[in-house]
Structures are given as C-alpha cells and as structure tokens.
Design a protein around this ligand. Structure first.
Ligand code: PXP
Length: 239
C-alpha cells in the first residue's frame, strides 16, 4: 500500500509571526508543498493562535485545491470553526497552553461526550475525522467505540528514541500492534509527530499506515535542501 504524505506548515507561520508581519507567506508555502507532491496540507489552529491564524485557515481552505487537514483541540469553539469552514479532514488533538508541541494522545475517556458529538456532527458535513491517540489497544478500541473512522498514532516517543540512537523495538511493537488492531476493526491509520527521514524509514516498514503527517522536520530541513527536495525524499521513503 502506498502511504500518503500530509505536510504540516504551522512552522512557516511560526517564522512569520516572529516578525509580526506577512513574510514568509503561509499560503504561498502551501502552494509549493502541493506542487512538490504532498497529498494534503495540515494546519493546527491552536486556541492561543500562536502560529496558524484564522485567516490562514480561510485562505488555504478557499483557494488551495488540495485536501486540508485541520488539527483542532476538543473544544466547542474549534468545532464551531470546523463546521463553518468545512476543511476536508479534521484531526482532534489534545492541547495545553503551556506545551511547546502536542505532548501526547487524547484522553478519550475524559473527552468522550464531546468526541462522540463532534465525530457525528463532522460526519454529517462529510468531514473525515481522526483522533490523535497513543499507540495502545485500549485507545484504539475506545476510538472505535466513539465512531472514529480514522486514528492518528502519536509517534513522538519512538521518534525520540530513534533520534537518540536508543533501542526502540518495544515502542515499534506497540505501534505495529495498534495498527494491526485498528485495521482489523476497519479503522484507517495515520501516524505523526517528530518524524524525520530516519524514523520515516523505520515506520514505513509497518504495513497499514495510510498517511504520515510531518511538519517540523520538513520545515527545518528545507533550510538545507529546500522544501521540494525534502517532500520528494519523504514521498520516496514512505511509498
Ligand atoms: N500530527 C499531529 C496530530 C500533530 O499534532 C503534529 C504536531 O503539530 C504533527 C502530526 C506533526 O508533528 P511534527 O511537527 O513533529 O512533524
């Protein structure tokens, strides 16, 4: 199975916001990401709007003919925005104001009422919804019970181990088993967080991951090899 590549452009916005002006342009970067062969664009509209702003969402959603995956916190404000703008995909992620990046998977039990309602309402608008979860059977089963058609597995832990040249086989097995379990339940599986060329090579050995969502490394590596080359290299690795 050929896996798809979703490119997260949040950190183009981080760079832009560092000067409080309009360069580098997020929409322009999304156009280049599209023409470089990405299958979708991901943006995370955080509650504090620290990188992506509402206008970025509106512009990319309206003008760019490529599936848009909007990451959102499990809140009524974000659900309202999603239902209004109707991006192609939604990925519901946990969010803490003080975190630098999304630190772990969703607490499905704590958020179950909201998630059930959100999945149902988004489905009615034909928006594909995934839940960002930790790689364990309990989370996969709970996501299934909530009616999720897709899950995204948080790969932060294994990617950290791979980066530090530490043993990662235990974490690899956890992901492998979660993917198999989800596939058996008929859930589509995505993976994301902290992925580099090296970790993508390792994770792509797992059959059944249909989509990889990668952000920080692509934007960072683009300084050295350019965004086009970086995307092409990832597409080759995950094919
Ligand atoms: N997938 C999800 C659900 C995320 O929250 C993030 C981080 O915003 C990513 C993928 C991308 O992670 P990274 O920027 O580390 O590649």
């Amino acid at each position: 199975m050929k896996s798809r590549l979703g490119v997260n452009v949040d950190h183009i916005a981080t760079l832009r916001n560092a000067r409080g002006e309009s360069h580098p342009d997020v929409h322009k970067s999304a156009k280049i990401v599209k023409s470089s062969g990405a299958d979708s664009i991901t943006i995370h509209l955080r509650e504090d709007r620290r990188h992506i702003k509402d206008n970025d969402l509106i512009k990319i959603n309206k003008k760019l003919r490529i599936p848009l995956n909007l990451e959102m916190a499990p809140t009524n404000e974000m659900l309202k925005i999603s239902l209004k703008h109707r991006p192609d995909y939604i990925c519901i992620v946990p969010e803490k104001r003080t975190e630098i990046t999304t630190e772990g998977g969703l607490n499905l039990k704590k958020n179950s009422n909201f998630l059930k309602k959100a999945i149902c309402e988004l489905k009615k608008k034909e928006i594909r919804t995934s839940l960002f979860i930790e790689p364990n059977p309990e989370s996969v089963l709970n996501a299934n019970k909530l009616g999720a058609e897709c899950i995204e597995i948080h790969t932060g832990k294994i990617c950290n181990l791979i980066n530090k040249r530490k043993k990662y086989s235990k974490e690899f097995k956890k992901i492998l088993n979660s993917v198999k379990y989800a596939n058996n339940l008929g859930i589509e599986v995505h993976a994301g967080h902290g992925i580099t060329f090296r970790s993508a090579k390792i994770l792509s050995k797992i059959k059944g991951i249909e989509e990889f969502n990668i952000g920080h490394f692509i934007i960072g590596e683009s300084i050295f090899i350019g965004i086009k080359n970086c995307i092409k290299k990832f597409k080759k690795i995950i094919k």
